[in-house]
Design a protein around this ligand. Structure first.
Ligand SMILES: Nc1ncnc2c1ncn2[C@@H]1O[C@H](COP(=O)(O)OP(=O)(O)OP(=O)(O)O)[C@@H](O)[C@H]1O
Length: 332
């Protein structure tokens, strides 16, 4: 993007961010840097402080200590400037249920001083882009969850923010609506906007983000690309399953470095070069006339990462928040 001289730098810099509610310390000195034009996900379970972080970074309330700068502007000292640079999506706060989608978008345009003609043009364009044309003239109170989220995001884009905060953009949506939103967010990233996304879904962070920071008990416990984080857990494994104890025992003797999973008559063999290692391993077993019932390569998932880093499964793993399928057909 040509208007962005600092594209090589950071658009969000969080330093030593601390926040307590009463005696409950929610953020305990968080440091995080979000490169311009990147999608960074803050991944954490329910109540880990994701919304608190976004609220402080988007000037909603101050931290107890520490600082956030957006494109070099301090969120407390330069709050007005920061507000002109950011868009916040997630809590549908700007949406008025009694108005139609089109009216909401036009009102936002007026609020952003776009002028009457430009507000109308922008509203039409966004309704089209977010697949809301059919529902444009219905009150938002009749919208499904997925449609609301799309409108919420469209409202953010009425102006052209440099930095967008997406606070749990798909929580509570059914898988189909979630995918639609992922596609839209994926499209946004191509335009070079900086996105700071919070999520409790490992899959979402994996799908959308260039970089992931894992928030747990007030601390960033890990940071990096999805690949970096996966590498921190363990290498890929070749998983060999056997039909009978005799083959399983013989293979155990032949492959002493493999980890036996006796219940499943399975051997897990750590590997970093899966193709060569796979061929060598299978040749070895073949030469010893040991029958293998099944072979698979297991690469670590972000769930494995979360478990390894925090000692517990992610909230997203067992509390998906899925609701009954939204009635997207109502859009027509
Ligand atoms: N205004 C408040 N007063 C007191 N406690 C609060 C307040 N806002 C948040 N908290 C508490 O702070 C903690 C972090 O909340 P926050 O909403 O930032 O977490 P989160 O990671 O966004 O969670 P979720 O995924 O459930 O939205 C929670 O324990 C929450 O109960």
């Amino acid at each position: 993007m040509t208007h962005r001289p600092g594209a090589a730098g950071a658009d969000i810099v969080i330093r030593g961010l601390t926040k307590s509610y009463g005696a409950h310390r929610v953020l305990d000195g968080i440091d995080l840097t979000v490169p311009a034009g990147s999608v960074t996900a803050l991944l954490g379970p329910n109540g880990s402080g994701k919304t608190t972080t976004v609220s402080i970074a988007s000037t909603l309330f101050p931290a107890d200590a520490g600082s956030v700068t957006i494109a070099g502007h301090d969120t407390v000292r330069d709050a007005r400037k920061v507000r002109s640079l950011i868009g916040v999506t997630g809590q549908s706060v700007a949406i008025d249920d009694l108005f139609t989608g089109r009216e909401n978008l036009r009102l936002m345009g007026d609020l952003r001083h776009l002028g009457r003609g430009e507000s109308r043009r922008r509203a039409d364009e966004l309704l089209e882009r977010f697949d809301l044309v059919g529902a444009a003239d219905r009150p938002v109170s009749t919208y499904s969850g997925g449609m609301r989220r799309r409108l919420d995001l469209a409202m953010t884009l009425v102006s052209t923010p440099r930095v967008i905060f997406l606070d749990e953009p798909t929580t509570g949506l059914d898988p189909r609506s979630r995918r639609v939103l992922w596609d839209i967010i994926g499209g946004l990233t191509a335009s070079g906007v900086t996105i700071f996304l919070t999520t409790q879904y490992l899959e979402e962070a994996d799908q959308l983000a260039d970089r992931i920071a894992v928030l747990d008990h007030g601390h960033i416990v890990a940071e990096g690309t999805a690949q970096d984080l996966k590498r921190r857990v363990h290498e890929s494994e070749i998983r060999l399953s056997f039909d009978d104890d005799e083959s399983f025992d013989a293979a155990r003797t032949l492959l002493p470095s493999a980890r036996p999973v006796a219940d499943a008559r399975r051997l897990d063999l750590p590997t970093d070069d899966t193709v060569t290692a796979m061929r060598t391993t299978l040749n070895l077993l073949d030469a010893a006339s040991i029958d293998v019932a099944d072979v698979e390569v297991h690469t670590p998932t972000l769930d494995d990462v979360f478990f390894a880093l925090t000692g517990s499964a992610s909230a997203g793993a067992d509390a998906t928040g899925y609701v009954d399928a939204d009635d997207e057909s109502g859009a027509a």
